[in-house]
Design a binder for this molecule. Structure first.
Ligand code: CDP
Length: 261
């Protein structure tokens, strides 16, 4: 994916052929890859590449709560830590977690909490660590998506997955999946998340102006993209089990051969 740096804000966000600067149509997603089980020391984990975003999520839990005073007697506690590596962006990102990271951690937690059965785990915690190693727009949506996948990989009972996408307006046109430059130089950015068990919106942020008709258009644009993202999440989970099955079959065959000898 072409990466456009901060000091090179272009005058227009569309090319002469009507495509966006990275060659996409208005309703086209950036390339997305997801994989589960990538951090062996975690209870569950996932890795996602979404355009130039590269993000890991690792899940631990249910386990003892640290610090102890955060434990709740009637339910489990979900803690989310979104961090952007200092080398993940062009400007020098301070290593200490800033306000933006705290806000995004909270947003991801709000999207994930309704999916879990925390009441079944009193006195314990679920911790989700999200590390953005390369950022290029839409990391809160990508982080929400990959965090849900890591929880599922951990085998934690969930009502469903949650998927997220940012839609927005650039040069007066409504587009899906804003890249970093589109996020910065465009007119509007609207991150949206859907929890699939009830098909309800669990994240909706917007800064700018729009009327109700425009809002409906944005939601329509997001809907199809969210379905595609959900399918990629499901495929990533399935492919883990297909791999396990293949390995089991192979070792069975090996043992059978040994038995014949
Ligand atoms: O990542 P997301 O769009 O959810 O959040 P944002 O705060 O709207 O940031 C948009 C983009 O700005 C990020 O994805 C990064 O590519 C970039 N950014 C940056 O270059 N330097 C920062 N300190 C924070 C964000």
């Amino acid at each position: 994916m072409p990466l456009i740096i901060k000091d090179e804000y272009p005058e227009t966000l569309f090319r002469k052929d009507g495509k966006r600067l990275d060659g996409r149509d208005i309703n086209e997603l950036r390339p997305i890859k997801m994989e589960v089980g990538v951090v062996k020391n975690a209870d569950g984990s996932a890795y996602l590449e979404w355009g130039n975003n590269k993000i890991f999520a690792a899940v631990y839990g249910p386990r003892e709560v640290h610090p102890h005073h955060l434990a709740k007697p009637d339910k489990g506690v979900l803690r989310v830590f979104y961090r952007m590596a200092t080398y993940s962006v062009f400007d020098r990102k301070r290593p200490a977690p800033g306000r933006r990271e705290k806000e995004i951690s909270m947003i991801v937690a709000d999207c994930i909490e309704p999916l879990l059965f925390l009441e079944l785990y009193p006195g314990t915690s679920f911790e989700v660590f999200i590390e953005v190693i390369n950022a290029d727009g839409g990391t809160r949506c990508a982080s929400t998506t990959v965090a849900a996948l890591a929880l599922a990989d951990a085998g934690i009972p969930m009502k469903s997955l949650v998927s997220a996408i940012a839609v927005g307006k650039i040069d007066g046109k409504k587009v899906v999946d804003l890249s970093g430059i589109e996020d910065k130089a465009g007119e509007a950015d609207l991150p949206i998340a859907i929890t699939w068990y009830n098909e309800e919106i669990s994240l909706l942020q917007f800064d700018g102006e729009m009327d109700l008709d425009e809002m409906n258009e944005f939601l329509e644009l997001a809907k199809n993209a969210l379905k595609d993202i959900h399918q990629i999440q499901l495929d990533a989970l399935k492919s883990k089990y297909v791999k396990i099955q293949e390995e089991t079959n192979k070792s069975k065959e090996k043992n059978e051969k040994k038995g014949d000898e």
